[in-house]
Design a binder for this molecule. Structure first.
Ligand SMILES: [Zn+2]
Length: 76
C-alpha cells in the first residue's frame, strides 16, 4: 500500500486527519487546542497508561541491586 501523499494521522482529540509533516508542530494533533485538551485529559486522569511497568516512583521494591545479573542463566 504505497501512498504518494503525505501520511496522515487522525487527531486523537477530534479525529480530524492531520498530515504528518514537519510543518505540523502539533502532530499528531491538528492544532494546539486539541493537544492541550488531550494533555489536560492526561493530567486529569481520564487516560490510563496501559503499561504498569514504569512507575517512576523510585521505590526500591522489585529492583535488582547493581552488579547482580538477573537469575535467568542457571545450569543445572
Ligand atoms: Zn484535533
Amino acid at each position: 500500500m504505497l501512498r504518494h501523499l503525505a501520511q496522515t494521522v487522525d487527531c486523537p482529540t477530534c479525529g480530524r486527519p492531520v498530515e504528518w509533516t514537519t510543518e505540523q508542530r502539533w502532530r499528531p494533533f491538528c492544532s494546539e487546542r486539541c493537544r492541550i485538551i488531550d494533555l489536560g485529559a492526561w493530567v486529569d486522569g481520564s487516560h490510563r497508561i496501559p503499561s504498569a511497568d514504569e512507575t517512576g516512583d523510585g521505590s526500591s521494591d522489585s529492583r535488582l541491586p547493581p552488579g547482580e545479573p538477573p537469575a535467568a542463566s542457571r545450569s543445572g
